[in-house]
Write a protein that binds this ligand. Structure first.
Ligand code: SAH
Ligand code: SF4
Ligand code: F3S
Length: 452
């Protein structure tokens, strides 16, 4: 049997990481990755359940794949269909009611069992499932990383969440919070660096709650882990995402002033600027507490660029609550942000709360918030024009001959790629700014990552 694999990834960076790990796990059994479902013998959808739209996308894609499979069957070709990720975990066997043609359903904690599930599906007539939360960690059973790494490489250090924000499915789809041991992370980081990575992006649904076991047998904080990673040969930049304001501990804040590779950019979702809404969301902090965290971060790293997530139209959100969010945005100032209309999710407490906000009101608030955030992002990018900054080259740019890299503040910069290659750290003068990116030209002189 030919073993060609296609994976489509939805959702967050942890799913991107997981898709690579699934591919590696299957590669050990002879599977190679292809770029289109039309060429694949196995199609995996690695899904996201965070908002209704995200979950619905999966079913429309499954409909298309069902037709593709019928066309290919008519030509005598077989194509297996697997659903992985958070929709698989949330819906489990119920998925087969809407999509009875699916062959495999595998939750995020069971990817190491994919080869076994495929074998089981081949023997049996019915779909194979793995959506329990296994006792053993998938990380102990997935093969070692292999192949070339991207310049900016993802590394999952923590999974799951115990925070139970009232709107969120993650604690149910990813399970309880767990941290990988320090030694396993350092080993994976060394392999990524040896195969071309220059930037390590530490991932976790609640990454700053990290508390993995250190080589000394003690529990290490994220700050301590970052310190150890910064010591490895070849680490140009370090980042971590996504953080919860409640876990922004003193030692982590202090790390932003101390670890030179830690980029001056932090994604710190606030969700709302209203204390009443934050409480109903079970976020565990007030707007004032968030402001204080930002102040402390900026005291140790004055050029820190902040990014955030916002939800508008959470149940009970009044116009005055929404205005408190706008006020927080104005006073804190964000370089970049994601904002969403509240989406009621099955099984979450907020789904059955009183005061569900009308769609039109959500849409109107989202538009006002996004206008303000876009204005701040534009001003932030414009302020970079004329400055000379270190840029880490990621890969091909928009036009032939161009490359794209990123500033320490995560802004993409397009520039002439002559004499450059991905992974280079170069000094660039910023010549222009757009809504979401910058243009630049190489500057003479030495390159050094450091304070701006
Ligand atoms: N762990 C992160 C967020 C993970 S989900 C944190 O605690 O901040 C990514 C973002 O999706 C969230 O920050 C939130 O803004 C948004 N989100 C999550 N559930 C949502 C829902 N039910 N409706 C709308 N947006 C939601
Ligand atoms: Fe979801 Fe809240 Fe956990 Fe973030 S902290 S993953 S929003 S429950
Ligand atoms: Fe989506 Fe699951 Fe990530 S719900 S955002 S893929 S953790």
């Amino acid at each position: 049997m030919s073993k060609r694999l296609f994976i489509r990834t939805y959702g967050c960076q942890m799913n991107v990481y997981d898709s690579d790990r699934m591919a590696e796990s299957l590669a050990a059994h002879g599977w190679s990755r292809v770029d289109a479902p039309e060429e694949a013998d196995l199609v995996v959808l690695n899904t996201c359940h965070i908002r209704e739209k995200a979950a619905e996308k999966v079913y429309s894609e499954l409909g298309r794949l069902k037709r593709l499979r019928a066309e290919r069957a008519a030509r005598g070709e077989t194509m297996l269909l697997a659903v992985a990720g958070c929709v698989a975990q949330a819906e489990g066997e119920a998925m087969l009611e809407r999509a009875p043609f699916v062959d495999l359903v595998v939750g995020p904690q069971a990817y190491h069992r994919l080869p076994e599930l495929l074998a089981r599906r081949a023997r049996e007539q019915w779909a194979a499932f793995a959506t329990d939360f296994p006792v053993e960690s998938k990380f102990d059973h997935l093969p070692e990383r292999s192949g070339a790494s991207p310049v900016s490489a993802y590394l999952t250090v923590q999974e799951g969440c115990d925070k139970f924000c009232t709107f969120c499915v993650v604690p149910y789809t990813r399970g309880a919070e767990t941290s990988r041991p320090v030694a396993a992370i350092l080993a994976e980081a060394r392999r990524l660096l040896a195969s071309g990575a220059k930037e390590l992006v530490l991932l976790g649904q609640n990454v700053n709650a990290y508390h993995g076991e250190g080589p000394d047998g003690r529990s290490w904080s994220l700050a301590r882990l970052l310190g150890a990673l910064a010591e490895l040969d070849g680490v140009v930049r370090l980042r971590y995402t996504t953080s919860h304001p409640k876990d922004m501990s003193e030692d982590l804040i202090e790390a932003h002033g101390r670890i030179p590779q830690l980029v001056p950019h932090l994604h710190l979702p606030v969700q709302s600027g209203s204390d009443a809404v934050l409480e109903a969301m079970n976020r565990g902090y007030t707007a004032e507490a968030y402001r204080r965290i930002v102040e402390r971060l900026r005291a140790v790293r004055p050029d820190l660029a902040l990014s955030s997530d916002f939800i508008v139209g959470f149940p009970g959100e009044r116009e005055t609550d929404f205005e408190a969010t706008l006020d927080l945005v104005r006073t804190v100032g964000f370089a970049q942000a994601y904002s969403f209309k509240y989406s009621a999710r099955p099984g979450t407490p907020a789904q059955v709360m009183r005061g569900q906000v009308k769609e039109a009101v959500k849409a109107e608030r989202l538009q006002r918030l996004q206008a303000l955030l876009a204005e701040q992002a534009r001003a932030f990018n414009e302020a970079t024009v004329g400055r000379t900054v270190p840029v880490l080259i990621d890969g091909p740019g928009r036009h032939p001959g161009q490359l794209v890299g990123r500033t320490p503040w995560q802004q993409p910069v397009h520039l002439d790629g002559t004499g450059l290659q991905p992974g280079d750290l170069v000094t660039v003068t910023i010549t222009g700014s757009h809504a979401h990116s910058l243009a630049g030209r190489r500057a003479a002189g030495a390159t050094g990552e450091g304070r701006a």
